[in-house]
Design a protein around this ligand. Structure first.
Ligand code: ADP
Ligand code: MG
Length: 323
């Protein structure tokens, strides 16, 4: 999936530890073979080449992932949409960013939308009603982590870091959890928050470091499918969820929503999310931390490693609990 994986495990028996790592690698590889658009032979690459209107039978695991993605697409009112491939191309997301001409943008929008993918969850068949392109960039890594978790679990502690999204089970010996650092939204080597986890997954989206400015428009790598334009939030979003797939989906979706829409949504859905917003431009600025109540409850011993102001919850009248 165009990224790097780091695997950690602890075991008194070396052979058993190596076998566990091997099972994790095999699971990540199997996930790649189904979901990666970096591999021309993957299931999703085949789907993207499938003639319009002709159904393709999906393997069980990909089918389950698409079902979950569809559910969250509806739940996030379209903020998460895996059919953004044409928009990603129009904005040149993988190629340094560009401004599409109005007609090109209109055409890309016509070829975007989960409604143009006819998915039968019972038979696991999917057909493209238009020449849409499925982009797994927003959920493939999370799905792969769940597959790795299912393959790894034998009660011994392990951690997988897949391109910055972390999934763990158990804790290292003599520790209460794995320490995960969340970076400054404008400086990825500056930790702002220290979190300890012993299960589930932490996914972060954003960090405007990689964004480019094209003709007066900031083009980040996350698009708002509802407008067809790059999402306007500047900052980062970190989500914890027991499922890697859901953490991955929701970090992208909540980035699209931004804190004003995302915090009330997260509160209503009891989702653990934390928005980091730089209080100025550049790496040396203080950071505003806005966490949902579920996030505050999950991480009562979170450590602040950088000047920051924290607010918990969503307060329509603009009041928060500052600590
Ligand atoms: P990263 O993969 O960089 O960790 P994300 O998980 O947020 O970050 O995924 C961003 C990727 O998801 C983009 O590069 C693009 O391929 C895809 N994408 C962009 N916008 C959306 C969206 N609104 N819904 C679903 N996928 C998206
Ligand atoms: Mg994501």
């Amino acid at each position: 999936m165009g990224t790097r994986a780091t695997l950690v495990t602890y075991d008194a028996r070396r052979a058993r530890a190596l076998a566990r790592l091997d099972r994790i690698l095999e699971a990540l590889d199997a996930a790649e073979r189904e979901l990666s658009t970096w591999r021309p032979e993957s299931v999703v690459s085949q789907l993207n080449r499938q003639p319009v209107g002709v159904p393709l039978a999906l393997p069980r695991w990909t089918c389950d992932a698409i079902r979950e993605v569809s559910r969250w697409h509806a739940e996030t009112r379209g903020a998460f949409d895996p059919t953004v491939g044409r928009l990603v191309a129009a904005w040149g997301i993988a190629a340094g960013g560009r401004l599409p001409a109005p007609a090109e943008l209109a055409e890309a929008r016509r070829l975007t939308g989960l409604g143009t993918l006819h998915f039968d969850a019972r038979t696991c068949e999917v057909a493209r009603a238009r020449d849409v392109e499925v982009d797994t960039g927003g959920f493939g890594k999370g799905a792969a982590l769940d597959r790795a978790a299912a393959a790894a679990s034998d009660g011994h502690p392990w951690l997988v870091d897949l391109g910055g999204q972390v999934m763990v089970s158990g804790t290292p010996p003599d520790a209460r959890g794995w320490q995960v650092l969340v970076a400054h939204p404008e400086a990825r080597d500056q930790p702002v928050l220290g979190l300890s986890i012993s299960r589930g997954s932490l996914a972060t989206s954003g960090g405007s470091e990689r964004d480019v400015q094209v003709g007066g428009v900031r083009v980040g790598h996350i698009l708002d499918p509802r407008t067809g334009r790059p999402a306007s939030f500047r900052g980062s979003v970190t989500v914890w969820h027991s499922s890697g797939l859901v953490a991955d989906i929701l970090s992208t979706a909540l980035f699209v929503m931004g804190p004003a829409e995302g915090l009330p949504w997260a509160e209503a859905h009891d989702i653990a999310v934390c928005y980091l917003t730089s209080e100025g431009h550049g790496p040396r600025t203080a950071v505003q931390v806005q966490a949902s109540p579920a996030f505050a409850r999950r991480f009562p011993d979170r450590r602040r490693l950088w000047p920051s102001v924290e607010r918990i919850g969503y307060f329509p009248e603009g009041r928060g609990i500052s600590r």
